[in-house]
Design a protein around this ligand. Structure first.
Ligand SMILES: Nc1ncnc2c1ncn2[C@@H]1O[C@H](COP(=O)(O)OP(=O)(O)O)[C@@H](O)[C@H]1O
Ligand SMILES: [Mg+2]
Length: 597
């Protein structure tokens, strides 16, 4: 499938870049006090329990085994220490623990919120070529899934690391105080632990990246099939599609299983080392107790420290997994952010005022950024024409001759590679994209509506339009009658993509939408081609009204539409080979004459 490979190629498999992590920090920056609070909370949460082994050791060596104390004294010491510790957990440990979790979550949700809004903002402003290259499902999966993964980075990398680090230092400090040699025995497995951990880390990162890419490709594929379910049914390709999905799922399954294998190996090797560690301590520390170099209380305290010692170490291990997954996601998110929309305002671009509607192409050359097999070279090669304000021009030529391409250069869906497109004598690249597009209206072959009501769709380009403006536009667009016959009239839902309406009804709504926008320049690209003859007549009538007083480019097959044009441009091989009125061109007995007959 070419579409699938396109997605795989467009997001590259670069290794995680540290610079992206720094960039990500910028999103967390505004919430740094939440992070600080969470980290401080975490430090208390993990260090306070470290006093318990100290107290145990004191109670064992200094109280229980101390022959100099009376039973009463021992009991009051026990109550004092244990009671004090209980109070400390209730009044100190619990508020700090609450702060740790609440603020860590708040910081990460905030950061992710900001990032997601910004990514969507960027996606909306991407040029047409971006959407040519990437499947919509894949883009959605980046916006939702990858950003979700990036969230883990805040909690894990930014708060856990610090508190684990401090907890580790505190534990090692306490251990060294008790007995440096026994401490060493507790750490003896640590280098091995690090070794296994590092070894698996890179593989896991790579496999996570692949899992995400495969999910994105699959979402893209599936979304297309679901949106086009009618086609799947009409061609009875359910089985083929099922097999295709099965194959994608199997790929995803083996990649995730490979990752599961790596993760399981990682957990097993690091786990066995954590299990062995206390036994080594018991072995060596026990010998020292027997020799009289260590007290029972000290040995018990050391073993009690082992769990808090290995917990942060194990989390460091997991942190790496989280970090690997999240960084891969962050990389891809920034990849989208770094896509510069090719169509942007130039610095100092001017706002288009009081448009008259003259359109000129000066030596315009254009090739699609991704040359397709159908069109490997330039689509337009030095195209020249001047269209007067209010003139009606028809573009004719064989399918694939570049008619749609010509008109898509006017609102700058793409920019010319050479030459220029001028509106009222101004290069479109010197005009702000917003003011340019406000003045160009389009009615295309496949009308696109968004789910919502008819009213929402008509007002799409002008949300503040009054109801009487809407009604006038609908009447002019031949849409008023059918809308008022619907049970809920303007409040009727149109369904996803406008599917509850017929093609002709949808088209008349997009025409009403164009009336409200009131553009000086109008583009009609096969606006009636997909319609039956009754709908076509209604739409054609509406379009006639819409064309009044506007510079219009019409691409159509219907002869009467072409005949009525002020001028006809005949396109062939990226050039305008003939131009003139219908009668002029017929007399000329050239390409148009041939097409006509
Ligand atoms: N988005 C695109 N990406 C790459 N090539 C395209 C794209 N759109 C059209 N083309 C190619 O450009 C050529 C002209 O297409 P188009 O302007 O749509 O022709 P027409 O509207 O005259 O049928 C075709 O050969 C087509 O394959
Ligand atoms: Mg076309």
């Amino acid at each position: 499938m070419t579409s699938t490979t396109q997605t795989e190629h467009s997001f590259s498999e670069q290794p995680a870049r540290f610079s992206n992590f720094i960039r990500f920090l910028a999103y967390v920056g505004p919430y740094k006090w939440d992070i600080v609070a969470a980290t401080l909370g975490g430090i208390v949460k993990f260090t306070l329990p470290l006093l318990v082994p100290q107290i145990t050791r004191y109670l064992l060596d200094g109280v229980f085994l101390n022959a100099a104390l009376t039973t009463e004294q021992k009991i009051s010491e026990l109550l004092l220490n244990v009671g004090g510790m209980i109070l400390a957990f209730v009044f100190i440990w619990s508020p700090f623990t609450y702060v740790r979790h609440y603020f860590a979550s708040r910081a990460s949700y905030h950061a992710v919120f900001d990032l997601r809004v910004e990514v969507y903002y960027r996606i909306l402003r991407m040029s047409a070529s971006f959407f040519d290259r990437n499947m919509s499902g894949a883009i959605v999966s980046r916006l939702i899934g990858d950003i979700e993964l990036a969230q883990n980075l805040v909690g894990s990398a930014l708060t856990d690391t610090w508190m684990d680090f401090i907890a580790l230092i505190a534990i090692i400090f306490f251990l060294l105080q008790i007995d440096p040699l026994v401490t060493l025995s507790a750490l003896v497995t640590f280098p091995l632990y690090l070794y296994f951990f590092r070894k698996s880390q890179q593989d896991i990162r790579v496999s996570s990246l692949r899992v995400q890419e495969e999910i994105a490709a699959m979402s893209g594929h599936v979304q297309e099939r679901i949106a086009g379910s009618r086609v799947v049914h009409a061609f009875t390709q359910e089985k083929t599609e099922e097999n295709m999905f099965l194959r994608d799922s199997q790929n995803l399954f083996s990649t995730t299983m490979w990752r599961a294998y790596l993760q399981s190996m990682n957990i097993t090797t690091t786990g066995v080392l954590t299990q062995i560690a206390p036994l080594i301590v018991l072995l060596y520390g026990g010998t020292r107790v027997i020799q009289g170099n260590l007290t029972v209380g000290e040995l018990v305290a050391v073993t009690m420290y082992l769990t808090p010692l290995y917990t942060p170490m194990q989390r460091f291990a997991q942190l790496n997994l989280v970090f690997a997954n999240s960084m891969a996601a962050v990389d891809r998110v920034f990849e989208i952010m770094d896509e510069k929309p090719e169509i942007r305002d130039r610095p100092g671009a001017s706002v288009l005022h009081d448009v008259v509607g003259a359109v000129e192409f000066k030596n315009v050359g254009f090739a699609y950024p991704q040359a397709t097999e159908a069109e490997p070279g330039p689509v337009l090669k030095g195209m020249n024409f001047i269209v007067q304000p209010g003139e009606r021009v028809a573009l004719v030529g064989p399918s694939g001759s570049g008619k749609s391409t010509v008109v898509s250069l006017i609102p700058r869906f793409y920019d010319a590679d050479s030459g220029m497109v001028l509106i009222d004598g101004q290069d479109v690249r010197d005009i702000t994209v917003n003011s340019l597009r406000r003045n160009v209206g389009m009615v295309l072959q496949n009308p696109i509506l968004f789910s919502g009501t008819i009213l929402d769709n008509i007002r799409y380009g002008k949300p503040d339009a009054s109801m009487s403006e809407v009604i006038d536009a609908c009447k002019a667009a031949n849409a008023y009658d059918f809308i008022t016959k619907l049970p809920k009239k303007f409040d009727s839902e149109v369904g996803e993509g406008g599917n509850f309406l017929s093609g002709g009804q949808k088209q008349r709504i997009t025409i009403a939408r164009a009336f409200l926008k009131n553009p000086k320049i109008l583009i009609l690209d096969e606006a009636t081609s997909a319609l039956d003859s009754v709908s076509e007549r209604l739409v054609q009538q509406a379009l006639e009204r819409l064309m009044q007083g506007r510079t219009t480019f019409i691409i159509a097959h219907r002869l009467s539409t072409i005949e009525n044009a002020d001028r006809i441009f005949v396109l062939e091989n990226g050039h305008i080979v003939e131009s003139g009125t219908h009668n002029e061109l017929l007399e000329h007995t050239g390409v148009y004459h041939k097409l006509y007959s």
